[in-house]
Design a protein around this ligand. Structure first.
Ligand SMILES: Cc1ncc(COP(=O)(O)O)c(C=O)c1O
Length: 488
């Protein structure tokens, strides 16, 4: 299935050659393969990682102008993921997302995006000067999270904005929910637009049939993947995959060079190289095991009073086309505790650290680094917490309906650069917001910078507060004040 020999690891091999030659380093970094580094750090991390912490020279190649092992590693990654070009991002998926947006849209271009994008999308829009057009994702009121956007929402928004240049979707979501991305790709391309995918949570898709299909398999034009989040590379190392045709690959290279450091970390790049080899050559069996363990855990958690861990039964709900079973979302609402509280109890009392928590849920990210022992420890801790709290507290109500998306009068870039001042929220009706206001759950902005604050929004914030739900985003933690744009 691959065109290249995926067992190769060219970046790692070049670093091994450098290490084995026992090269004398008159280059940066100044710790000189660890010799100049204080023992406090070195004794803990060991000398090997410091020996390959090098800088740009011919043997190890240059990220900005790759001609040797980095170029080969990029070709191998493109081959593994079925793209035409793979770029290495050592600024995480945030850096890759900013680069995707800046490669595709310019000042004044319209880009269609879900309302609940990661802040790196907003950053990319501010940097590019593009105009966002928002789509509302589907909201699951029971679990209190946002799922994907539906193909119908995408098509309707394109019809309403025929001048839009590109559509960005998040697939899968943080919680492992995938939309019908193949259908979305067909729709977007039938209107001759570019499909950008935030695939931060999907670098393992495409390597096991039990997982949703990947964005490249679905026909997307460009995607960013947090290789470091789900598979075996180190934090900050991600891939940006491009399909030739609608996206100009040379422009992507230029933008990556504009945004990325000239001193990329070689241990990070080598770990990315090896992670690609691992997923391409052993992904199926490793993922089989991860999926099996996650399914076991899900089944056990669903037997614990007060807890719910969604699975296949939600397939077919709006925005839920396929599921990544390695993500374990535990809805703790039935205990009368918030996800934040359970997260803290698990960390403080059981030394178990969750990936994230929200008002109703905690999220455990499964991967091939898990074992049955670790899963059993998690299950036992949850049983214990349930024994202590189930039936003793009032259970929170359902998510409130989100108000309509307000009118946008400034682009995020204009709002970012504008002069702002603070006003009591109740006096801000009719003003242009200089800040986000996010409703939790499900973590969706009800106002973005550059949008008009309405009576409906102010009433909604009050309703959230009255229902003991959360609203966040403003500099004022109590959301009594909001920064508005000085339009004079
Ligand atoms: C949906 C989504 N996109 C992008 C990112 C950014 O990824 P990174 O942390 O690799 O910069 C995240 C991070 O959590 C995310 O959840």
């Amino acid at each position: 299935m691959y065109k290249m020999d995926q067992t190769q690891t060219p970046i790692f091999d070049a670093l091994m050659e450098y290490h084995n030659r026992d090269t004398v380093p008159f280059h940066v970094p100044g710790h000189k393969r660890g010799d100049g580094m204080d023992n406090k750090f070195k004794d803990f991390v060991g000398s090997n990682i410091l020996s390959i912490d090098v800088t740009v020279f011919k043997l190890v190649d240059s990220l900005h102008h790759p001609t040797g092992p980095i170029k080969k590693a990029m070709q191998l990654a493109a081959d593994a993921y079925g793209s035409d070009m793979a770029f290495i991002s050592i600024h995480g998926t945030s850096g890759a997302i900013q680069a995707m947006i800046m490669s595709v849209v310019k000042e004044g271009d319209k880009i269609i995006i879900p309302r609940n994008v990661h802040k790196s999308v907003t950053a990319g829009i501010i940097l590019s000067g593009a105009v966002p057009v928002y789509m509302q994702p589907e909201i699951d009121k029971n679990i209190g999270i946002a799922h994907g956007v539906t193909p119908e929402t995408v098509e309707r928004t394109i019809k309403e904005n025929p001048d839009a240049k590109a559509v960005l979707i998040i697939n899968p979501t943080y919680y492992g929910v995938a939309t019908d991305i193949k259908r979305i790709a067909e729709i977007v391309h039938s209107y001759d637009k570019i499909l950008i995918v935030d695939e931060a949570h999907g670098p393992h898709l495409g390597f096991n049939d039990k997982l949703p299909i990947s964005s490249m398999q679905a026909g997307a034009d460009i995607c960013a993947q947090s290789t470091h989040k789900i598979i075996g590379s180190m934090t900050q190392s991600s891939f940006l995959q491009v399909r030739a045709g609608r996206v100009d690959i040379n422009r992507v290279q230029q933008v990556m060079n504009l945004l990325q450091t000239t001193s990329p970390s070689y241990p990070l790049m080598a770990s990315l190289d090896v992670a690609r080899m691992q997923i391409a050559t052993k992904g199926k069996e490793l993922l089989d095991r991860a999926i099996e363990l996650a399914e076991y855990t899900r089944e056990k958690i669903n037997q614990i009073p007060g807890l719910y861990c969604f699975g296949k039964e939600i397939l077919g709900q709006p925005g839920v086309y396929a599921l990544d079973p390695t993500k374990i979302t535990v809805t703790v609402r039935g205990l009368g505790l918030t996800g934040y509280e359970v997260d803290q109890i698990l960390a403080d009392e059981y030394h178990i650290q969750m990936e994230l928590s929200d008002l109703y849920n905690i999220l455990a990210v499964g991967s091939f680094g898990d074992t049955k022992e670790k899963m059993d420890k998690f299950i036992d801790a949850l049983k214990d917490i349930s024994d202590r709290y189930y039936g003793t507290r009032e259970v929170k109500g359902e998510v409130l309906d989100i108000p309509a998306i307000p009118k946008q009068v400034l682009t995020p870039r204009q709002a970012f650069n504008a002069k702002k001042w603070s006003l009591p929220l109740h006096d801000s009706i009719g003003k242009v917001s200089g800040e986000f206001l996010l409703a939790y759950p499900p973590g969706i902005p009800i106002v973005c910078p550059g949008e008009i604050i309405t009576q409906e929004i102010v009433d909604y914030v009050q309703a959230l507060k009255d229902a003991n739900l959360y609203v966040q985003g403003t500099e004022d933690p109590d959301v009594n004040f909001i920064k508005v744009v000085d339009m004079e």
